[in-house]
Write a new protein. Structure first.
Length: 76
């Protein structure tokens, strides 16, 4: 199963979270490391749910982008 991961730039590096797995988060100083850390966090989180006999949430979140021109939004 593939989960959506949101990666954010922070003053000290990067943070990431998985909307479909509440509490599944990671932080790291570089983009490469955050990808490694969040993958490990997802595996650990799902393994913990299974060990505790809890349901593993389905991956249902999606991402879209919104584009805004430098001149601001245009209407109609």
């Amino acid at each position: 199963m593939e989960y959506l991961v949101v990666v954010e730039k922070t003053p000290t590096g990067f943070s990431a979270f998985v909307p479909d797995l509440p509490g599944c988060v990671a932080t790291a100083p570089s983009r490469t490391e955050i990808e490694e850390q969040i993958r490990s966090a997802v595996e650990f989180h799902v393994e913990g749910l299974r060990t505790d006999g809890l349901p593993v949430p389905f991956a249902v979140s999606e991402a879209i982008t919104a584009e805004v021109s430098e001149d601001g939004p245009t209407y109609g």
